[in-house]
Design a protein around this ligand. Sequence first.
Ligand code: GSH
Length: 212
Amino acid sequence: MSELTIWTLDWVPKGPRGFVRDLRLRWACEEAGLAYTVKTVPFDDRATNHLDRQAFGQVPYLDDGAVKMFESGAALLYLAGKSEMLMPSDPVEAAETLQWTIAALNSIEMVSVPWWFLDMTGNENKYLTGWLHQRLDHLERIFGERQWLVGGRFTLADLIMADVLRIPAVRSFGERPATEAYVVRMTARPAFKKAHADQMALFEAGDAKRAG
Ligand SMILES: N[C@@H](CCC(=O)N[C@@H](CS)C(=O)NCC(=O)O)C(=O)O
């Protein structure tokens, strides 16, 4: 029996629901057919209640028996090591999957998250805005040429890239039809829908507990 446990918060406000990064890990497990359970830590004390498990007081983090890790990207790569479906065994395709996974995190999310934060707080920065446009324009060119990032099929690279790109503010940042079609295709996958619905249900249950 699998010992995989994904840890997240027991509740979040409505805004981030459907976007908390435990969803990435749920989605990966659903795609790979890996059994897992989800456990929670309280939202209210999150800054300090699990610093022994996540160095920055955030979620998600993952347990697999003696293996205990945080950082969603690292946890995804760990999970992908259990599944050819997420990480091809072919060495060339495996290298490309690793490359695009890091690109999603370190070339796109590294720009999109600070941009989103400044935009949301009314502090838009024209350099960051230009930088994000440039990165997304390159992706638009790539998605105009192919349906998948690696090997003509879904891999971890598509999971993480789509998860980074589906943030509403990023999605509506300019007209990029090929990228939008890619996000629509990835988020139509049954594994994504299940992961999303389960996260929404968890936080709705959290509403009821807080009200009671
Ligand atoms: N780089 C981290 C980022 C984790 C992160 O931003 N987690 C958010 C939820 S998606 C969080 O815990 N926010 C609550 C907080 O920072 O207080 C990862 O990918 O795991």
